[in-house]
Design a protein around this ligand. Structure first.
Ligand code: CP
Length: 315
């Protein structure tokens, strides 16, 4: 594995899921693999799970970790090429990424979209700049359009909890008060369509995701119909892709116990953080349906499987 920024960097997603599950059984077995290796974690945006699980995964592999909250702790970085830097930016990404690559064996980067300029967001300028200039493997800690470490953890969780060989998995849109990225649902769709699971995406009209990620999924605009017989219900808000960044507040799409009545005793997933009683009701989050905590726990083994693949490939 050279970089890890989408499912396309993975030879076989289900083989990586099996590797993560084996790591989970014996997390310290490869403590020597990361000896004298350094993981850099760069955050342009907030994080709880990604930051802590990546640090723990690196520690399990014996790696040292440097964490930087880029927008607070570093110089303001210029992303555009060919500009006269006589404004607020003090250092160009070409030097910043290259220097960080001198200090680190793997760099993790989190950079959210603006949600105001779709073409710019979907060009993945920041992630691609790190790939071009850092000179070391880059791991996405959530980019403008994708969150592959989350999706790998999601597949690990489904593999652990599934009761049938090919479960019905439904990704359902839910309301929110803010404009949120499409990265988690894009990525989940991209990974799920690589499996042989029965996969449906449910969303109100106007909240369809980019077809580049959903090709192969069934699409529904009726949440009740979509949820019928589901084994897993993955709940997530996203802002509109087509009316780019538009917030969706339709409370009819909140997921509560009543919505689960016609499912196959579905397990409910969410990447977290989740706004209770806006996105998912208390009566689901506090019930046996919810597997959001073990799902978040699996972020450690998702990150550890990816770091281990990269360390094994690069020596
Ligand atoms: N799910 C997830 O990526 O959580 P954080 O934003 O807290 O890292």
């Amino acid at each position: 594995m050279q970089h890890f920024t989408s499912v396309q960097d993975v030879a076989d997603p289900m083989v990586l899921v099996k590797k993560a599950l084996a790591i989970k059984k014996d997390p310290f077995a490869n403590k020597a693999l990361g000896l004298n290796k350094t993981l850099g974690l760069l955050f342009f945006n907030s994080s709880l799970r990604t930051r802590m699980s990546s640090q723990k995964a690196a520690s399990n592999l014996g790696m040292d970790v440097i964490v930087m909250n880029v927008t607070q702790d570093s110089w303001q970085i210029e992303m555009e090429d060919g500009v006269v830097m006589n404004g607020g930016t003090a250092e160009h990404i070409r030097e910043a990424a290259a220097v960080m690559g001198q200090y680190c064996d793997i760099l993790g980067v989190r950079s959210f979209p603006s949600l105001s300029d779709r073409d710019a967001d979907y060009s993945e300028k920041i992630m691609n700049a790190f790939k071009a200039h850092a000179g070391c493997p880059i791991v996405s800690l959530e980019s403008a359009t994708l969150h592959p470490l989350q999706s790998l953890a999601d597949l690990i969780t489904i593999a652990e909890f599934k009761k049938v060989e090919k479960p019905k998995v439904v990704l359902t849109w839910a309301p929110h008060i803010k404009s949120l990225p499409q990265a988690v649902p894009n990525s989940f769709a991209q990974w799920l369509t690589q499996t042989d699971y029965d996969f449906t995406i449910a969303q109100p009209e106007g909240f369809e995701l980019s077809e580049q990620f959903t090709k192969g999924a069934k699409i529904e605009h009726n949440q009740e119909a979509a949820l019928k017989g589901a084994d897993f219900v993955y709940v997530k808000n996203w802002s509109s892709f087509h009316d780019y960044g538009k917030v969706g507040t339709n409370g009819d799409w909140l997921v509560n116990q009543a919505k689960l009545a016609n499912t196959n005793e579905a397990k409910v997933m969410h990447c977290l953080p989740v706004r209770r009683n806006v996105v998912i009701a208390d009566d689901v989050l506090d019930s046996e349906h919810s597997i959001v905590i073990p799902q978040a726990g699996n972020r450690v083994y998702s990150a550890q499987a990816v770091f281990q693949e990269i360390l094994e490939a690069h020596g």
